[in-house]
Design a protein around this ligand. Sequence first.
Ligand code: UDP
Length: 323
Amino acid sequence: MKYLVTGAAGFIGSHLCTRLAARGDEVWGLDDLSKGKLENIEHLLPNTNFHFVPGAITGEEVRELVAKSDIIYHLAAVVGVKHYVEDPAKVIEVNVCQTLRLLELAWQLGKKVIFTSTSEIYGKNSEVPFHEDANRVYGPSSADRWCYAVSKSAAEHLCFHYARRGLPLVILRYFNVYGPGADTSAYGGVATRFINQALNNEPLTVHGDGSQTRCFTYVDDIVGGTLEAGSRQEAEGKIFNLGHRRETSILELAQLILAVSGIKGEIVFQPYEEFYGPYYEDIPRRVPDLSAAEEILGYRPKVSLEEGLEKTIKWYRDKAIRK
Ligand code: UDP
């Protein structure tokens, strides 16, 4: 099979390309390297069945890439909460406008699309676990945090627009993915940010009182579910949550990272506003209903949080030695 992966040099995109290339499939990995890093895909460059294409979805060459692919995995997006509060225009331009262009091309050329959406789409709906049909509950538009959920919501509407006109399509909503290669900066997710702080002997910065929860999902499980979504016809036209059922508070996560790493680090509590500025609002709980993914994709997350953190910490420790 021939695949186009957008956002190929990003955290999840690079893991997906690695798995597809290892299967012997032909993969074109598109990335403009605005957020993605070449180091994430360097190991793939010698493979004759992996072709890195530097560039944006708006580029001239994208029509040709879509034309020669059987399936398009669309992962390119602006992700990371600090980006949402600092540059909503970029979030909307990339996540909505560029998705529209790609969907239009895929529809014109009759190619299947796997669109990666987000658990953020449920917003602050308090009725967990979130079924795929759950309501989306957002705060005011003056709180820029919601621009990401709104952008992915708009993109999902675009997906259904084309699906109803015949585009074969699957929507995946990822829940707090972590693992080797994730962004460790202030713009990345909390798990790898805490790991980075612990490994650098810095205090782990828990926002608020740390009682807010997430369901952290190891990248290999996410990629497994994503591949199944691409290969099962019965998934077409549907939305699937991909995540893990274990609900963990942010304070618990910080404690677990210290325990698993064996680092005697400090945990400090930081006010939200100090980190994000005034245009932020947190989501108190986020838990997936996984029944659709289990039933139709055969999805079973295998990696426990302890095991996943252990693997991730080891990877970042080894990386520090390699440097
Ligand atoms: N968070 C934290 N310390 C940090 C970074 C994030 O306590 O250094 C919190 C953040 O406020 C949120 C949770 O961790 O409550 C998850 O944040 P993340 O940025 O991973 O993404 P989200 O799940 O909110 O999309």
